[in-house]
Design a protein around this ligand. Sequence first.
Ligand SMILES: Cc1cc2nc3c(=O)[nH]c(=O)nc-3n(C[C@H](O)[C@H](O)[C@H](O)COP(=O)(O)OP(=O)(O)OC[C@H]3O[C@@H](n4cnc5c(N)ncnc54)[C@H](O)[C@@H]3O)c2cc1C
Length: 491
Amino acid sequence: MHDVVIVGSGPGGLATALAVRDRAPGARIALIEAGHAHRRRPCPVDNGRTCKGCGGMCNVISGFGGCMHYGDGVKLSLYPSGRRLGELLGEDRAQALSERAFAALTDRLGDRPVLRGQEIPGRMEVSFGRRGMQIRPYPVATIGEGTLSSIIDDLYEDLAADVDVLVDHDVVEVTGTGTGWTVVVRDRRGRTTDLDAWSVVLATGRRGLTSTQDLMERNGVRMHEPAPSVGVRFEMRSSLLREVGLGHPDLKVSRTGDGRKTKSFCFCGGGNGGRIKYTNYQTAFGLPIITLDGHETLDRAPAADRELAGNFGLMCQLPPAGQARDSSFQEHLFAKYRQISDGHPVVETLRSFVARTPESRQWPELAAAIPFEPSVRDLRTGPVHELLTEEQHSAIVTGFRELMEPIMDVAGEEPDITRLLDEVLVLGLEVEFLWNRVELSEHAETNVRGLYVVGDAAGYAQGIIQAMMLGFAAGEHIAVDRVAAPAVALA
Ligand SMILES: Cc1cc2nc3c(=O)[nH]c(=O)nc-3n(C[C@H](O)[C@H](O)[C@H](O)COP(=O)(O)OP(=O)(O)OC[C@H]3O[C@@H](n4cnc5c(N)ncnc54)[C@H](O)[C@@H]3O)c2cc1C
């Protein structure tokens, strides 16, 4: 009998395991991960090759570390980033949990990383402010690729000493027994094993998006439909994004115009730019879909004759319209993407995107014509603009112009985006905020006692620190209330 089975070893699952282990030494904890061990997570796209799905397990979003992909860099954005968690956890507690999450990752390093973003450099504030844009200040640390790898190595060594860490094992069912839970785990060969536990924590993130919603529904968990966002990613010379990225590494600016809200998302600028990432949702939406993301880099070697690339996403918020597992929802979001490119990322120039005209060149020709080294090679040209409705497209074009003007100004360039029409790439499709919002207590427990949901899967906030905040909240509660007298607590 385990005290707790944690499903998923991303930041949310790792924080839960740390909290239970530290607060209740000797507790029996199982951490089950469908993906591979952290050192066995290469992404072909990162190495200039094609995404073929890695045998049904996307190494970017699955494996020990979850979406903290071994070999990538990350930004750690502290509370008040993820403000909705303050409403759930209380302001002071959210602040304390955010600091605890940051310490759990960075105390493993010799030196604490520098935090930026809580005070916006004057020139930046003026330039954005003059155009009516407020930058949300909060502390952000940028962790380079090598440093994140050493953190993940250390987390593994630390936890594996006290926790049953099982990689390459998929949790396929969780059933209540009245006083506890039975968790059915399937290995790579399809053999299943039952684990019994007093408590279960679902920390299944992206890979578990639709399967976890099904599982929660079967267990009577109360949840609400998401308000998803759809958008594109802009890739450009890293020098354009450098100053702003150093001023606020996780720049988030939103605007509401024409009744639509657009927001910048996952800014990858700074001294070394950033890389576009492919996240392969495999069969979570029926047929395979690859969506875009990004990560900031610190360690990339400069390209031989061109600048490195930087990127950011620009998203358009949609009204709630069902759940990610509903076929109508998937049709709404992905039908055009499937039609245009079979759910594979496509690219066009900013000029084609703005004018809504087809890009005439094939990708190798376009890739050779731009003034920076594109961060991915596995692309084809296509009508990215057609992935968006006319209203979404118009909101994103306006949002891009308004955001680029102060960015160019701060970079010391003439703030005129017509100069960028042939040198900025627009890539699609990016979708975010797809998780149902689960009704949770302040301990991340669902309405079904002993069943907790943390991290992205809870639907409150995306982000590494934010996933860990909920993980610590759940882990503390399990350690204090459930490990000592589990049957009494759950009866
Ligand atoms: C490319 C990329 C870059 C990002 N960069 C940043 C960044 O710089 N800063 C930031 O704050 N956020 C970033 N994010 C977002 C952030 O990584 C996530 O919000 C965070 O990792 C969520 O943590 P989680 O524990 O909820 O889930 P995840 O990190 O998604 O981990 C979930 C884990 O559960 C496993 N799993 C799922 N289902 C099962 C199952 N049935 N059985 C067993 N295991 C299962 C998965 O394989 C996975 O390993 C990025 C995301 C991506 C995709």
